[in-house]
Design a protein around this ligand. Sequence first.
Ligand SMILES: [Zn+2]
Length: 381
Amino acid sequence: MTDHLTAVLLFCSKRANTSARCCSGMDQLREFEKEQNQNWLKGAVGLLCLRKLLECFIDEEIGSFHQKLINECGERPCEKSCNIQQNQSHPLCEVCSSWRASILANHTSGKLMWVNSKPDQWYQDKWEVAKVYMPNGHKDHHSIGDFDIASKLRLINQCKHFKKFKLGAVCDKVSEVRNKIMHAPRYQLEQEDLIEYFKRIREFGEVLGKHRPEFKSLSKDIDEIQNRDCRLIFPDDMEAQKTQIQTEKQLEDILFAVAQVAAEQYRTRMMLEKLERQTAQPEQEKKPLAGAGSSTTMSRADKAKFVDDNKATLIQHVTVVMAITEELGDMVHPEAYSLIDAKITSHAKMRELYDNPLRSGGEEVKAAFYDALKKHHSKLV
Ligand SMILES: [Zn+2]
């Protein structure tokens, strides 16, 4: 059995009264009940899992990379507050020139973003160095939490320090996953795309897992996200569900009470029938009633007469009434059958049989009744 767990996202409304505008927002939220939207959400959560692991990893690795550059360039401060501005080239001081050469020497391919960073900070701030290998737009970002997953992946790709982890094409494939998910126009993903994207993220985790044990759990986390049923629950739906549960509970209580009464009736009926059989048995065993004879030699009129003449005795002693009634087959109308069946004691059943099918059915039914008596109460007839 697939281990399908359920994740619930609860959307609570701040206001009890919802305006038309708010309703439109709710309609948009309800779009996320669609499978493709939930796939998109799962894809984004998968990237978040990867991002969390990457933060720790990159923070440490950039720390050691920066230390390596310090060893090469020295920990001397900038000599003249060097700055690099867009489309402007200013000569750097000797210290910054040395750092610039080291940064260049550790560059793999692609465009370096000098405008992201402040050269006069290179000697003391690892992120000012790392930002050179990232895309544009990080001028004011100063810690690992400020950088999105695309920037982190670009850093891994463009900085030679990360070559030793041999991520190669896997890094590009995950970058593509990030772009596809973040640029999905309707925030939707087809199931097969989600499966492919998660395969790539798992692969990324497996490669890094060889060097960093924390990445070994990524594959399991991705499996869990993929296999969860992700549901959105809205307060209105919860109210409706609560009412439905209450109604179902009430119905269950009623049915339970009815079943208890029926069971009690059944027990009473069984007890009465047992008592009747115990009292009737000795009478039956004595001798057949007067007028009884062979089923084959007796005429229909004789059989009917026997049934009429012995009405009182038969009502008292016949116990297997329903079996006999069933023998009469179509001669007993379904409604009449139900009326007989509804009676609790065999006495009452026999009275109902006499008053209804036997009275209206005439000789034919009475003769059939006689034959059935012969079969089920051979000692009596
Ligand atoms: Zn400088």
